[in-house]
Design a protein around this ligand. Structure first.
Ligand code: PAF
Length: 282
């Protein structure tokens, strides 16, 4: 496995692999890797001949009061996980190589990036779509792998590659969960023992939505209200949203639909967590 910080050299290595007829899979990450990331690399390994994982904590997707400075930096452990999962190349550039002081360009997806996470984290998705475009420009992948846990992110990236004619197929991989259902996230390590127990209520809220959709005649807004009530009943959880939206557009649903997703965001202590679940209405 090669570890490379230079954009030029990374592009050269990937192009050399492609010239040998190898298909290229890219797994963009911000490091602090866990089993969710490992499963992305393993999925890429099944589909593609040459796997590049990127490790870059992207400053432009953090708001001024967010956790950029305390975001976990665990490069040695990350490299071990990437090696074991079968990555061929790790691209881990310094911030100065990704963002020149003179840079003036951002990539912005509009409507879909303004709701939910976009409404709570202004500018977040500008940072994500800009850095993912740049990572794709360096690694020129055939396919790129994202987790379903960041449901809105993967939809926005799909929209972006469609709109910009970027020749990359976006693959969304299932959320990997802890035994009690909590979605794996690099931020879970910030939870105290007590908060960690409460955090699994996000998953239970989604399970509640799933069973109400499958077994009751409640409308999406009624189910969303029950999700909110459930989360609010847990001490120490600050609900940011609990909604049922169209799974392609993220517009909130008023009526039952075949294309529905339940999405939640909540702060548990000072740690902000998100999760989601595709719903099947009966
Ligand atoms: O999901 C993440 O880890 C980040 O948002 C991504 C896609 C690597 C862009 O920085």
């Amino acid at each position: 496995m090669i570890v490379e910080s230079s954009l030029t050299e990374t592009r050269r290595i990937v192009r050399a692999a492609r010239q040998q007829g190898r298909s290229v899979g890219c797994v963009p990450t911000m490091g602090a890797l866990h089993k969710g990331h490992v499963s992305l690399i393993e999925n890429a390994r099944k589909d593609c001949d040459f796997i590049v994982a990127t490790i870059f904590i992207n400053p432009t997707q953090f708001g001024p009061n967010e956790d950029f400075t305390r975001y976990p930096r665990t490069l040695d452990a990350d490299l071990e996980l990437c090696r074991a999962a079968g990555a061929d190349l790790i691209f881990t550039p310094p911030v100065s190589a990704m963002y020149a002081e003179s840079a003036q360009t951002i990539v912005r997806v509009t409507r879909m990036a303004q709701v939910l996470e976009g409404a709570h984290r202004p500018g977040h998705f500008d940072g994500v779509s800009t850095v993912v475009t740049k990572l794709f420009n360096v690694t020129e992948p055939d396919r790129a792998y994202f987790g379903q846990k960041d449901f809105q992110q993967q939809l926005i990236i799909r929209q972006m590659v469609l709109d910009l004619d970027e020749p990359v197929e976006i693959i969304t991989c299932p959320t990997i969960r802890e035994a009690d259902g909590l979605a794996m996230s690099s931020r879970n390590r910030f939870l105290s023992v007590d908060e960690r127990q409460r955090a699994s209520q996000l998953f239970h809220t989604l399970k509640l939505a799933e069973s109400l959709a499958a077994e009751s005649t409640l409308t999406p807004p009624e189910i969303a209200q029950q999700m909110t009530n459930h989360l609010k009943s847990v001490n120490g959880i600050d609900v940011q949203y609990a909604v049922i939206a169209d799974s392609a557009t993220l517009e909130c649903l008023a009526e039952r639909s075949d294309f529905a997703v339940a999405l939640v965001a909540a702060k548990v202590g000072s740690t902000r967590l998100i999760d989601n679940q595709i719903l099947r209405f009966r």
